[in-house]
Write a protein that binds this ligand. Sequence first.
Ligand SMILES: Nc1nc2c(ncn2[C@@H]2O[C@H](COP(=O)(O)OP(=O)(O)OP(=O)(O)O)[C@@H](O)[C@H]2O)c(=O)[nH]1
Ligand SMILES: [Mg+2]
Length: 215
Amino acid sequence: MTTAQTQGTSPFDVLQAEFLASAGDPSSFPPPALAEIAFAGRSNVGKSSMMNALMQRHGLVRTSSTPGCTRAVNVFRAVTRGGLDLQLVDLPGYGFAKRSKSERITWGPLLETYLQQRPTLRAVIVLVDVRRGIEDDDRQLLEFCALDRPGNAPVRTMVVATKLDLLSKSKRKPALEAIKKSAGTRVIGFSASDGDGRLEVWTLLDRWAREGFAS
Ligand SMILES: Nc1nc2c(ncn2[C@@H]2O[C@H](COP(=O)(O)OP(=O)(O)OP(=O)(O)O)[C@@H](O)[C@H]2O)c(=O)[nH]1
Ligand SMILES: [Mg+2]
């Protein structure tokens, strides 16, 4: 387990961040505890990097230039200066072709079971590459998240367009507008490299937490 302390002045400074558990199949999810925010998106889109940026930790969440690096559900806990105490969950990437058939069979149910049955899941952040926008599988995931969760509270979704730093400044706003139009929902631009969007994401999570999360 990794624990770290930082100094800072924003309510969204993360005072404590730690790895809690890794689950390769639904039966090994850690017992539901704190409210959870899950990070989903295509392989290599930047889920793990975004979690590190939000938690202000380098390397706490494993990242890789090899697509498909995260194949399990990995659970972290973050405590902010402002008093938010949440579990952040790194979900396996989808849309990754170079994978054996047996592996492809197992992470569908893993993701689906988690999204449908996790009682403490409050919100899913769907990451898209700002240069690619919303693709079919992202849309399907957003639709899946909007499905009724029998016996469990609904989940909110947030679309985050990441790798914003890879677009020139003049192209950012039009790209975000296009994604917003295609998603039909709010879209936050983000960069794990320079921290753009971090405040906006935490502000929304904070608001949802105060509102009780459920829509
Ligand atoms: N320039 C730039 N590169 C990024 C950003 N976010 C992630 N990357 C890079 O993109 C690659 C993939 O990032 P990860 O965070 O591992 O992506 P992931 O979505 O967790 O990938 P999987 O676990 O394989 O599904 C790494 O080389 C990162 O350094 C960003 O905001 N800007
Ligand atoms: Mg990852």
